[in-house]
Design a protein around this ligand. Structure first.
Ligand code: SAH
Length: 347
């Protein structure tokens, strides 16, 4: 029989499993604490008897998320390359802001969405990450850096809403008071617009920040760069966002990568303002990184400034996102599958 992934189990599940094995109730909490502190083996659970540690090792496994490479940017941003139990590799980025440490983590090995400006989809999709593997990125980075991570953004490799159940479970685990205890208000989930799942997520009424990768003011431009727009168009997406904001009482964050001559014209800002009217929204502008060889050029800072002004004049708050870690390819859209021994050529 396959060993159960203990780090993907909730405290309640662990309690029930331990009870069925005849272990006293307090053991579940004790083991949960160890697992969520990021130990890699049962041997490290030093306040358990040797016999119990051995028994746990026979029934359960702790999936590993091991840092095999680490690059530090001039601005202090750290990019980790993590290897999973089956050899697959994912990247995470640890950033230092004035309010503390924030980590950008991956939810899939690769991605199916194929946005034209993003490197992640280029080398295809391999598999979903387990809840424990999503969590393990936060734990491993925290242990390695020796700092407390206070914020999480699900903006690394993959589409979180395409790995919905595992992501939900990750959210439950990482915010658990007996676990890492990182509150939902400190977590952002970014999606390219998987509309059906946005409705499902709204029902959970979580207090996390939903971030939508919009990148266009209309269907014509959006369908050129984001294939997902052909499945759910902007009208359907924005309707889901309005519903989400109503259900959760949370403001929606929109990501907009500014690409020179593609989506950064003044009329784009005006059209976007109109589309977002009446919705509690904030727009984050990101100068695009050309990572796919598509020849995308980033908009000038004057252009970014004007775009913000037009949005704000229309009643929509907007900011330009600071780019961190671009010298180590740790910025938005630059994360991709690496191959062992290779240096990350694009497939
Ligand atoms: N699949 C999810 C999570 C990935 S988040 C999503 O699409 O939201 C990564 C963020 O970086 C997304 O907002 C994505 O659109 C953005 N991004 C991707 N490539 C980029 C690039 N070349 N320049 C700037 N931002 C980019």
């Amino acid at each position: 029989m396959d060993k159960a992934d203990i780090k993907s189990m909730t405290l309640e599940e662990l309690g029930r499993a331990f009870q069925a094995q005849g272990l006293p109730g307090y053991r579940a909490k004790q083991v949960f604490h160890w697992v969520h502190r990021g130990v890699e083996s049962f041997k490290e659970m030093t306040d358990l008897s040797r016999e119990l540690r051995g028994g746990l090792g026979e029934d359960y496994r702790i999936p590993s998320v091991k840092a095999v490479d680490k690059r530090v940017s001039r601005d202090g941003t750290v990019k980790y390359l993590f290897q999973l139990g089956d050899g697959e590799l994912v990247e995470s980025v640890l950033m230092h802001y004035h309010h503390g440490y924030s980590i950008c983590i991956s939810t899939q090995v690769g991605c199916k969405m194929n946005c034209s400006f993003c490197a992640t989809g280029r080398s295809g999709f391999s598999r979903n990450l387990l809840p424990s593997e999503i969590l393990g990125q936060v734990q491993s980075a925290q242990l390695d850096a020796g700092v407390r991570i206070s914020n999480i953004v699900l903006m690394g490799m993959g589409e979180p809403l395409d790995n919905f159940q595992n992501v939900l479970r990750f959210l439950e685990l990482v915010s658990h008071p007996e676990g890492m205890n990182i509150g939902m208000r400190h977590i952002s989930l970014s999606t390219c617009g998987v509309v059906d799942r946005i409705y499902e997520l709204a029902e959970k009424k979580l207090q996390l920040t939903l971030s939508i990768s919009l990148h266009a003011p209309n269907d014509e431009i959006r369908s050129q760069t984001m294939p997902v727009n052909k499945r759910w168009n902007m009208g359907e997406l924005l309707k889901a966002c309005r519903h989400y904001a109503r259900e959760t009482g949370r403001r929606i964050s929109f990501e907009y990568a500014m690409i020179s001559g593609v989506n950064d014209m003044d009329w784009c800002a005006r059209e976007l303002t109109k589309k977002l009217r009446g919705m509690p929204a904030h727009v984050n502008l990101i100068p695009v990184n050309d990572v796919t060889g598509a020849g995308y050029k980033r908009s000038s800072s004057a252009c970014l400034k004007r775009f913000v002004e037009i949005l704000e004049a229309g009643g929509c708050t907007a900011t330009v996102r600071r780019t961190l870690g671009s010298d180590i390819e740790a910025s938005c859209g630059q994360l991709r599958r690496k191959y062992k021994g290779g240096n990350g050529h694009e497939g």
